[in-house]
Design a protein around this ligand. Structure first.
Ligand code: FAD
Length: 510
């Protein structure tokens, strides 16, 4: 009886052990690390979610989705691939807000970066330094989380994207551009240091002075050289409120000349703190952007102007202030508005909290599935007038299909460091132009055709635009995109990710 009982116990023990430690998960080419089994999800629902992004046009299925608990988990996952004869791809996924499958991987592992906290502070994604001049932030933290934590201590990052439900690692892999960039540069220009897991699985702390090749490579590096697990973000005292104005123009030359005058003043202490611009099109759909900002009695005038002209340009400026200097800021804003040459009377001003201003773009309703065939360009100043005629008027306005915001505003090149991987036009001032179209799922081809027509026009007219958040599909296109930076980019790939493991969805090397 005793022998039988021992043998039964042994069998049970073997069974339960085999339940705790299942055989390793496999990609087509390599086993995934057994130690990561608890954080590797392979159910269809999770894989489906990782096979889509905000664009909703590309769908690629991974073998598994990892929810890393630590930097070590990420390192182990990448090292295992690196040591395999046919490595699997690893794609960091921030919030999946790219539009062209850049965060996807076929038969590899998607890393859900939002599950990662900062090292040494279990569960914490954001740690503000004791002198409040910087925050150590997990690569998977959302910018809204950074804002909320920093504001508790009266500080905030200085430069923002328009929408804050994007991750720190995701925007630092691109640029992180918004209306503060003319003054403070993009988000990639406001990082002191990063922890990065390279394509060899090595964990490296890098900055402008330490492993600087990797540091500058990763900034705007499209996820090609390492997974950003921690970034040290510059902070400054946060203002409490903002004066926020929008002014309308029917003439592009006047609109852009006023924008450029404002950004030329960016070193002055009384400079505006934010500037953007939009193109309002007469496309038959009510434009929420205008109707939610301008007083109701101004809407008929705006609508008839847009109807008459087909296009109206809207300049947007913001000045930050604290209650103690409200009177001065109010005066400065009114003085600025008086100097600007907008169409008479078509200006409106709001006064909101800093938080309300930064969170002005709402989270889209997930129950309405849409595709987002976006085109984001950097247009050199020398070609911007021709771009306005050939693209905005002749292509976009005539096609009359664009639904969604169209952004158009200048930034200064001197706020960008050429050592960073991001590619921008070779002129002191260039414009960010975004066609943020949306369509029903599966109905996006006509928008992609319009985007292709815009690019073809620029090519033919010799306007040297650069795509931002690009989705080039061949290496030849990427080589052209990077231009003189290609050789350095390729050399860094060989150094930091020689087996082409990281972010294969960018289609640069894979
Ligand atoms: P993902 O889309 O998940 O990832 C983007 C790329 O970066 C992928 O290749 C991924 O593999 C890689 N990656 C992600 N995390 C890491 C990491 N930790 N380390 C290394 N690589 C990583 N951009 C602007 O600049 N300004 C804006 O104002 C702006 N507004 C936007 C508004 C909306 C509604 C949307 C949908 C996007 C907007 N974007 C804007 C674009 C945004 O910057 C990109 O979508 C960017 O990819 C960040 O999104 P994400 O954090 O979801 O990263």
């Amino acid at each position: 009886t005793l022998l039988l009982a021992v043998s039964f116990l042994a069998t049970m023990l073997t069974l339960s052990t085999s339940q705790v430690l299942p055989p390793p998960l496999l990609t087509a080419t390599c086993p995934l690390p057994l130690e990561l089994s608890p954080v590797l999800l392979t159910d269809q629902l999770t894989k489906l979610a990782a096979s889509a992004d905000y664009g909703n046009m590309v769908h690629v299925e991974p073998a598994a989705v990892a929810h890393p608990r630590s930097v070590e988990d990420i390192s182990l996952l990448i090292t295992t691939s690196y040591n395999c004869s046919l490595p699997y791809g690893v794609a960091a996924r921030g919030n999946g807000h790219c539009t062209k499958g850049q965060g996807m991987v076929s038969d590899g592992v998607v890393l859900n970066m939002q599950s990662l906290s900062t090292g040494g502070n279990a569960g914490t994604k954001i740690v503000v330094s004791s002198d409040r001049t910087f925050a150590d932030v997990s690569g998977g933290a959302l910018w809204i989380e950074v804002l909320t934590e920093a504001l508790k201590l009266g500080v905030a990052p200085v430069t923002w994207t328009d929408f804050l439900y994007l991750t720190v690692g995701g925007t630092l892999s691109n640029a992180g551009l918004g209306g503060q960039a003319f003054r403070f540069g993009p988000q990639i220009a406001n990082v002191h240091e990063m922890d990065v897991v390279t394509g060899k699985g090595e964990v490296v702390t890098c900055s402008a002075n330490k492993s600087s090749e990797l540091f500058y490579g990763v900034l705007g590096g499209l996820g090609q050289f390492g997974v950003i697990t921690r970034a040290r973000i510059a902070l400054a005292p946060a203002p409490q409120r903002v004066k926020w104005a929008r002014l309308l123009y029917s003439d592009f030359a006047t609109f852009s000349s006023d924008q450029e005058k404002i950004i030329a003043n960016n070193a002055h202490p009384d400079s505006v703190d934010y500037i953007e611009g939009q193109v309002l099109l007469d496309n038959g759909t009510p434009n929420l952007w205008e109707t939610s900002f301008f007083p109701t009695d101004a809407i008929p005038t705006i609508t008839s102007l847009v109807n008459e002209k087909g296009i109206v340009y809207a300049l947007e400026v913001v000045m930050y202030y604290n209650p103690a200097n409200e009177a001065i800021k109010d005066q400065q804003m009114k003085q600025l508005i008086r100097q600007l040459k907008n169409d008479r009377g078509l200006a409106a001003m709001k006064d909101v909290t800093y938080y309300e201003f930064l969170t002005r773009v709402p989270v889209p309703d997930p129950s309405i599935p849409l595709a987002h065939p976006w085109l984001n360009l950097f247009v050199p100043k020398s070609g911007v007038s021709q771009f306005n005629d050939g693209v905005v008027r002749d292509i976009v306005m005539r096609a009359n299909i664009t639904v969604g915001p169209v952004l158009f505003y200048p930034v200064n090149r001197n706020k960008w460091d050429d050592k960073m991987s991001v590619v921008i036009p070779d002129e002191e001032i260039f414009y960010a132009f975004s066609l943020l179209s949306q369509s029903n799922v599966g109905d996006w081809q006509k928008y992609q055709d319009q985007n292709a027509a815009v690019l073809a026009y620029c090519e033919k007219a010799g306007i040297k635009v650069k795509q931002y958040l690009a989705g080039h599909s061949t290496q030849q296109d990427w080589i052209k995109h990077f231009g003189p930076k290609w050789a350095g980019f390729q050399q860094k790939k060989a150094q930091f990710d020689p087996k082409f493991i990281l972010s294969p969805g960018q289609k640069i090397f894979n």
